[in-house]
Design a protein around this ligand. Structure first.
Ligand code: NDP
Ligand code: 2IT
Length: 458
């Protein structure tokens, strides 16, 4: 199989096959808008390639990829500090383990449901394939909301969650990690409970503390990787990040370290946000302000408006950053946080680069707007793959029973992001420009589909 296709994306044959495929998928998954959205983008870009490869059609590779291997769902019962009993729902979606053990994060947020976890697990298949490391695709989580809970309440919830999850995971089976609402604190409680229950010290989770088997740079890796990817896109277009104004949504794990790396590479970060609003700091963040914000978010668990109060700048309550003119936009909060209208506003205000730190932050409409405008658009599957890539490196270090230096891990992260960019260029170049969406989907798919064919029907 090679990377070129003669069936065009816009051909009527491809469009008809895509519509027919999506109609079936909608019928099978009628109440799962996020999953259908993620699948639509992928199917649309892969169909020309699939139509040229009858062996893929015969083995129904695309249909099989759109159906998780299994979805595990369980009750999570825990007690708050007053002794009151609470019941949440937990899931693990083991989507596809063709190229390695299932791998993907856990999300703890009240909006979590099967559709959200299926979209995340589905995208993880392609993202993990792009890293070049042996990892399959999975995602899990719960509708539990860590916000406003005490450390002890979060601990009891994580322990209850792991009492169920421990049956389904293992270092060669399925290796969870963090995501929204599941950071260093939660991973510590989850890992500790796994160790107690199984009496095994194993690399069964990533994102662990450095003291107990975690990798240096894992905390920074998604944000750093996203900025490395933006830098690669700009450099391919003969430009750089130096001096560019940057708006970042979110102020969690991904956003904070995207800001740090963007600043290190000479860009000016003028906006960050959380679910309460956006702070606009036209002077740009500096090292002191970023340290303060990292402490606010990672230690004190405060709100972004406190940044505006502390540093005397504007807070746009309830607003997202996309109304603020910038040259580079890094959506790093959550899915569908940037719609078509906001995409048009960004472009009208001079934005040339959009690089997705979050998973599926742009709506399908926004993605079309960016692609039509020729924006340098780095889709999440490629641009935020640095996080899971360093998770893969954490697994390698655990297997070796060694710890690598910061420099070693960062060097490998940069190489992986450069390689993902190169794959996007190889698989997504068309008429002299790069379609990073098609490039990422196709490059990720080719490897997984080869494995699926090799493994036979099952
Ligand atoms: P965190 O929980 O650390 O931070 C999430 C940030 O996004 C917070 O600022 C939060 O604000 C904001 N946010 C979350 N949900 C919403 C919402 N519904 N509306 C508005 N703002 C929201 O998560 P991460 O930084 O780890 O994850 C951010 C994104 O990056 C997610 O899409 C995740 O899937 C993706 N990602 C994460 C990776 C990782 O390694 N952590 C790897 C690859 C992708 P508030 O605190 O107010 O809720
Ligand atoms: O979306 C993602 O890639 C993550 N949340 C990280 C997954 C991982 O296994 O490190």
């Amino acid at each position: 199989m090679n990377s070129t296709t003669t069936v065009s994306l816009d051909s009527s044959e491809s469009r008809a096959a895509t519509q027919e495929f999506l109609a079936q998928l909608r019928k099978r998954n009628p109440h799962q808008p996020e999953f259908l959205q993620a699948a639509e983008e992928v199917v649309e870009t892969l169909m020309p390639y699939v139509l040229e490869h009858p062996e893929l059609q015969q083995a129904r590779v695309l249909e099989r990829l759109c159906e998780p291997d299994r979805i595990l769902s369980f009750r999570v019962t825990w007690q708050d500090d007053q002794g009151e009993v609470h019941i949440n729902r937990g899931w693990r979606v083991q989507f596809n383990n063709t190229i390695g053990p299932y791998k993907g994060g856990l999300r703890f947020h009240p909006t979590v449901n099967e559709s959200v976890l299926k979209f995340l697990g589905f995208e993880q298949i392609f993202k993990n394939s792009l890293t070049g490391l042996p990892m399959g695709g999975a995602k899990g989580g719960s509708d539990f909301d860590p916000k406003g809970k005490s450390d002890n309440e979060v601990m009891r919830f994580c322990q209850a969650f792991m009492r169920e999850l421990c049956r389904y995971i293992g270092e060669d089976v399925d290796v969870p990690a963090g995501d929204i609402g599941c950071g260093a604190r939660e991973i510590g409680y989850l890992f500790g409970e796994y160790k107690r229950l199984q009496n095994r010290f194993a690399g069964v989770m990533t994102g662990k503390g450095v003291a107990y088997g975690g990798s240096l740079i894992r905390t920074e890796s998604t944000g750093y990787g996203c900025v490395y990817f933006a830098q690669n896109m700009l450099s391919h277009a003969g430009d750089s990040l130096e001096g560019k104004t940057v708006c970042i949504s979110g102020s969690g794990n991904v956003a904070l370290y995207a800001a740090e790396k963007a600043m290190q590479l000479g860009a000016k970060v003028i906006a960050m946000s959380d679910s309460g609003g956006t702070v606009h700091d036209p002077d740009g963040l500096d090292e002191i302000k970023l340290d303060w914000l990292q402490d606010l978010k990672e230690v004190r668990r405060g709100r972004i408006r406190e940044y505006a109060e502390n540093f005397g700048c504007e807070c746009l309550e309830g607003e997202e950053p996309w109304v603020i003119p910038c040259e580079v936009a890094l959506p790093c909060a959550t899915q569908n946080e940037l719609d078509g209208e906001e995409a048009r506003t960004l472009i009208a205000n001079g934005c040339r680069v959009v690089c997705e730190g979050a998973n599926m932050p742009s709506t399908l409409d926004a993605v079309h707007v960016f692609r039509e405008a020729g924006t340098l658009f780095g889709p999440g599957k490629a641009a935020n793959a640095g996080g899971v890539a360093v998770s893969g490196l954490e697994q390698t270090q655990n297997s070796q029973r060694l710890s690598w230096s910061r420099e070693q891990v960062d060097e490998r992260l940069q190489t992986i992001m450069r390689d993902i960019h190169a794959q996007c260029v190889e698989f997504g170049s068309h008429n002299g420009s790069v379609d990073y969406v098609t490039g990422a989907n196709l490059a990720g798919f080719v490897k997984v589909s080869r494995g699926m064919l090799a493994h036979g029907v099952g």
